[in-house]
Design a protein around this ligand. Sequence first.
Ligand SMILES: *Cc1c(COP(=O)(O)O)cnc(C)c1O
Length: 312
Amino acid sequence: MPKSSNIFTGISSENQFVAEFPNEISLYLKREDLLHPEVSGNKFRKLKYNIARALEQKQKTLLTFGGAFSNHISATAAAGQLFHLKTIGIIRGEELGKDLENTLAQNPTLKFAKSCGMQFKFVSRGDYRAKDTREFQEKLKNEFGEFYLVPEGGTNDLAVKGCQEILNEKDEKFHFIAASVGTGGTLAGLINASDINQKVLGFPALKGDFLSEEIEKYSIKNNWELKTDYHFGGYAKVDSELINFINNFKKKYKIQLDPVYTGKLVFGIFDLIKGGYLPSGSKIMAIHTGGLQGIQGMNMILKKKKLPLITF
Ligand SMILES: *Cc1c(COP(=O)(O)O)cnc(C)c1O
């Protein structure tokens, strides 16, 4: 692979001090959002070894799945372009394909992915649910030819391996490592790379009790726990309390959070600290997994709902 195009080598992110709370509790943010402008945060980590594998196999095409505002779709499209791989996005929502011009005008994520050369196939919710079946994948092979398949949200064993690299020896001083959970792949990587004396806290961004199973499947330790009270009604659901929190956090600490993942995570951490649930002297490191590309699209939705917008 040409060295100039390899964004994945020699990468680490800064631990930024955010705030000191009563009882000598302190919070740091690991700025994975700054790893790359377009292949952001944990999606960068998850793609690293998958792209290496695809190139090893001399594949020419990456095919993956996602919702219409997905950070993973956006990151895969950008990474594909950087590595001269064709990208195909299987997008949930058949109706979005009916008038693509109009869809792109209302969807900055898909517009960006298209500008990177991604080809879309819009499928019904039913077909989307069947995406992991052999039958559906055969159909895709017939339609698109050979491809390297990256699962929804990018989670597989190579993705978990990439996410293990989020942590390094300097992070051993933290008592708690906290991250948002979508599929659980990132949390599994953090668990695997953590010290057994550290506690890894996952904050699911969606409802559902299937997540523990996913995390167990990929992780090798039990030093973790899910905090399930901070999904705000479900995946990509927000309310004005969350938006105000994100906006105030930005004003005070000059760090942008996203509404789908990291906003809910940091809200949850503040809430646990306020409630006295963390021991005094705790040093917490939360992972800023990125996702900022989704703000523009979320603001278009908030505007329609006459909710406050995210300052960006
Ligand atoms: C995808 C994503 C997550 C969730 O990661 P999983 O490995 O699927 O749990 C968290 N934060 C951001 C910003 C994401 O884009």
